[in-house]
Design a protein around this ligand. Sequence first.
Ligand code: DGY
Length: 323
Amino acid sequence: MADSEILLTRRLVDEAMAALDGTCEVDLYEGPPTAIPRSELLRRVKGKDGLLTLLTEKVDAELLDAAGPQLKVVANYAVGVDNIDIPECTRRGILVTNTPDVLTEATADLAWALILSCVRRVAEGDRFLRSREEWIWDPRMMLGQELYGRTIGIVGCGRIGQATARRALGFGMRVIYHNSRPLPEDVAGELKAELRTFDQLVAESDVISVHCPLTPATRHLFNADVFARMKSSAVLVNTARGPVVDEKALADAVRAGEIFGAGLDVFEREPIVEEALLDLDAVTIVPHLGSATVQTRAAMGLLAVENLLDGLAGTRPRALLNP
Ligand code: DGY
């Protein structure tokens, strides 16, 4: 394995870099703070045995062709793998892995940071004070929405959706969810979660938290028609993938008062943020921070490296995704 060569498309946290040290030959891309340009990626994958990729790298037939037939494993430093053509990798016998579980709690925490910011206007209040405008405590000032006794709708109730739902119980909320399949009875029981159709969830929820993967079926799942059917007091929070939400339609809906606000960790054309969202006080935006804690980014790195090294060694990686 020491003579294996891998491409790492961005420097990882120190723990992960240390785990890689001395295990194989590492070609590390350390360009400006942008994703590795496609032409550079296509050039540098040539002859590599393994790729340690981030969600910004598209792994498709063109890239696999450029890499060559010796490529054994693509280890994604993310749980989401919409950047990887898994069927194409499988057809070529290339292992694909991701980093599930280790980021579940951190991402659910961030979903709640956004929920709270939206319903209680935290980011807006912070910006207001920094503007140095005069103010006085006022019974009508910056009124938000109550959470206790209200309903959260979880769209995509996998690991992160469930962890987000679990936190909702602590806020005294009722949990409804929409998922490709019903939750096992014990999980639904623990979360007191009730299954809804997508349309029912949209109409009933005071908070909607998005946790589904990005697929052709979920692209623009949240669009103008859906916003028009949400409660005008409701907020939408997305910590999954940007293109699940039509950002222009979201900006229009918030501006028109069709919904109370939104919290976004992910963006349709990341890292670009839709201009129309930037001036809306009712929208809280953060730069894809779901898994960004010291502990989680280290755990993701260690798991990604473990997956990669197992794949290179011909051992079944812990987080293997190929069917
Ligand atoms: C993921 O893992 O898919 C997140 O978006 C980044 O941590």
